[in-house]
Design a binder for this molecule. Structure first.
Ligand code: ADP
Length: 174
């Protein structure tokens, strides 16, 4: 599996599946969630409502993942995952790692060849970027997925650099 890093907007990525840092309600929100629903259109929320009415009446627990259409985005699917809220009193890293592992299991079920991830839990949910990047990279590397390319799409240069450090790249000038 290839791991690639891109600085940019996940809604523009021409991959099979983009991962959404959703919340448990699956009813949309701010940050990357809002951007994905805006870019993909109403069809995504319609499918999320259907999931709430059928398989997920209590919403999606943190660490789990579920797929819908990607609507008008270049991708075919959105894989919604719910990150844990960062806590200084409780270690929730296993739940954050589970977001990546479960998303890739869902991607395998869709036969997706390329999957793009945002930095789950690093926005409103407050996870420190360097730590989140290490957990993300490790979880993807340890997964037994059949996905060929995992692309981390980082919104800011700081996030990009944190993921590059986690991957062991040298990002500075030579
Ligand atoms: P969470 O609630 O899991 O913290 P957020 O959406 O608040 O989710 O933030 C997760 C990360 O996604 C943050 O690092 C944020 O900067 C980033 N982000 C926001 N919009 C986009 C986008 N369009 N593409 C990629 N990353 C994004």
């Amino acid at each position: 599996m290839d791991i690639t890093l891109v600085q940019g907007d996940i809604t523009e990525q021409p991959v099979d599946a983009v991962v959404n840092a959703a919340n448990s309600s699956l009813m949309g929100g701010g940050g990357v969630d809002g951007a994905i629903h805006r870019a993909g259109g109403a069809e995504i929320l319609q499918e999320c409502r259907r999931l709430r009415d059928t398989s997920h009446p209590d919403g999606l627990p943190a660490g789990d993942a579920v797929a819908t259409t990607a609507g008008r985005m270049p991708a075919a699917w959105v894989i919604h995952t719910v990150g844990p809220v960062y806590s200084t009193s409780e270690d929730r890293s296993a739940t954050l790692a589970s977001c990546y592992r479960r998303s890739l299991e869902v991607a395998d079920g869709l036969n997706a060849a390329g999957v793009a991830f945002p930095a789950v839990s690093t926005g409103v949910y407050g996870w420190p970027m360097d730590d989140a990047a290490r957990i993300a990279v490790r979880s993807v590397q340890e997964s037994s997925t059949t996905v060929g390319e995992v692309r981390f799409v980082l919104f800011s240069p700081d996030a990009y650099e944190a993921f590059a450090r986690a991957l062991g790249h040298n990002t500075g000038p030579i």
